[in-house]
Design a protein around this ligand. Structure first.
Ligand SMILES: Nc1nc2c(ncn2[C@@H]2O[C@H](COP(=O)(O)OP(=O)(O)OP(=O)(O)O)[C@@H](O)[C@H]2O)c(=O)[nH]1
Ligand SMILES: [Mg+2]
Length: 475
């Protein structure tokens, strides 16, 4: 088994230099992928998870902690020389400042290694000394998983699909007008390609702002250090009857292929293929608030994202993974502190329904899946207020002004989620424009100032259960 792992690593050509023999043999490494669409809550999740694993006072549902088997936890230099380190200290400093702030948006893959010294359980407890288990936590944008769907599409087919979708979304007019004015066979020029790519990227950003989830190609929204390179400077364009050799269309097609070969494939090969456990964070409340079209788009996008976890859905990926697979996948609805706990089960049911199809398939393929509602960092407290002769279960926190400054304290009722998720998902699927019998509000709360006792991490909701699902069996 161990030999197999080593051979695998070699053939996959990963520059994983410090994955040394001694580690492979004696100190197990669990690679945990943390993904989600932009603003889903990845950075806050990792920061709070790490803080709560270093100071475990609020982690009673993590079995190894409850059994007092975790002796120490410490951060180590992360093992991949070419991947940015997850900037834990800066993000934590933002969240725990005297006037706490949410961390800045992040744009690329990053990674952190947390090592735990654990006493073994059961029969081995008396025979063996403590073991070290390394948790390599990898943060990457969910948008990049969606790009898997591009691999088996030609430029022509992708253009067709994209141009069909664009007019149904706000903000695509400038791009469509620009595209209408170009002749696909005119001689290629960089300024023209750049203008088209910029207008197309603008349309993707507007769609994202309006709550749409599937805004591929993923790197257009999150270009990272590749911004401005030819592989990121193209746009959909209908195929002319006889594509000219030096024409605009031909070069756009070539760049689309370069995007697949040099941007999409390396991500799957170098990062995705090595993940053991995965958490997919979903801002389901945000999509519900944005309305039925956004919720249905989220459902379809989840199916797209989860294709990456379905062996067999893509021939190239199947060959790359060669039987290796993600062992556990957790789907977590984030920001559950926007709801009173009496509504958490309903949010979880919506999360389950949203990922239903994909979860069934993943389970079939041998991965264990679960759905949960969590808040990585609790920004509210619960409060029950009298209202029209009855009682209303609210949450209370400091509102965040649109300019990012801290507003006033307010109690807030987000609306009652239905017990049956289909009451939301069905109208969304059928193209409803607004919610019929309910109004869902979401406020943005500022993080609350923290006074932590020694040994306590930041307050959260079910972060310990999430950790138990993801790695409990390896500790
Ligand atoms: N109330 C509350 N809000 C949260 C929580 N987690 C995230 N948020 C909100 O969601 C926003 C995005 O969180 P991030 O962790 O930065 O999300 P991300 O997925 O890393 O976003 P990108 O880096 O832009 O892709 C934050 O600025 C907060 O406003 C939470 O546990 N509770
Ligand atoms: Mg982030």
């Amino acid at each position: 088994m161990v030999i197999g792992t080593i051979a695998d690593t070699l053939t996959r050509g990963v520059g994983n230099v410090t994955d040394t023999l001694s580690e492979t043999f004696f100190e197990p490494v669990v690679r945990i992928g943390v993904t989600g669409l932009s603003r889903a809550g990845k950075t806050v999740f990792i920061t709070s998870l790490v803080a709560n694993l270093l100071d475990r006072g609020r982690m009673p549902q993590l079995a190894a902690e409850a059994e007092s088997r975790i002796l120490t936890a410490y951060l180590q230099p992360q093992p991949d020389d070419t991947v940015a380190r997850f900037d834990y200290e800066s993000h934590l400093a933002a969240l725990t400042a005297r006037e706490p702030r949410w961390p800045d948006s992040t744009r690329a893959v990053s990674e952190l290694r947390l090592s735990l010294k654990v006493r073994p359980t059961g029969m081995l407890a008396g025979l063996q000394g403590p073991r070290t288990v390394h948790l390599d936590i990898v943060d990457y944008p969910g948008e990049w998983l969606l790009d898997l769907g591009l691999l088996d599409q030609s430029f022509e087919r992708w253009t067709e699909k994209t141009l069909k979708r664009l007019p149904q979304r706000p903000g695509s007019e400038p791009f469509l007008a620009l595209l209408g004015g170009v002749d696909p066979n005119e001689e290629f020029s960089e300024p023209k390609a750049k203008a088209l790519a910029e207008a197309f990227t603008g349309a993707l950003h507007m769609a994202r702002e309006a709550g749409f989830s599937d805004c591929t190609p993923g790197r257009f929204l999150l270009p990272g250090e590749k911004a401005g390179s030819p592989a990121l400077t193209f746009a959909p364009m209908p195929k002319p009857e006889n594509p000219a050799r030096r024409g605009l269309w031909r070069e756009m097609e070539r760049r689309f292929e370069a995007y697949k070969a040099q941007i999409v494939k390396p991500f799957f090969r170098d990062h995705f293929s090595r993940i053991d456990r995965q958490i997919v964070l979903v801002d389901a409340l945000g999509a519900i608030h944005a309305g039925p079209p956004a919720l249905d788009d989220l459902r379809r996008t989840m199916a797209g994202i989860l294709k990456a976890f379905r062996p067999g859905s893509n021939a190239w990926l199947t060959q790359l993974l060669r039987g290796r697979r993600v062992e556990k996948i957790l789907f977590a609805a984030t920001k559950a502190d926007h709801l009173h706990h009496s509504q958490h089960a309903r949010l979880t049911a919506i999360m389950e329904a949203l990922t239903r199809e994909a979860r069934d398939r993943a389970r079939f393929a041998g991965a264990e899946t679960s759905a949960m509602s969590i808040a990585a960092l609790r920004a509210t407290v619960e409060q029950t207020l009298p209202h029209n002769g009855s009682e209303l279960d609210c949450v209370r926190g400091t509102l965040l002004n649109p300019d990012g400054s801290r507003g006033r304290q307010a109690a807030f009722y987000p609306g009652a989620l239905p017990e049956d998720p289909s009451h939301l998902l069905t109208p969304a699927r059928e193209g409803a424009e607004g919610w019929l019998d309910a109004d869902y509000e979401i406020m943005r709360f500022a993080p609350a100032p923290l006074t932590l006792k020694p040994g306590e991490g930041p307050p959260h909701i079910r972060l310990d259960r999430a950790a138990q699902f993801l790695v409990g069996d390896r500790l």
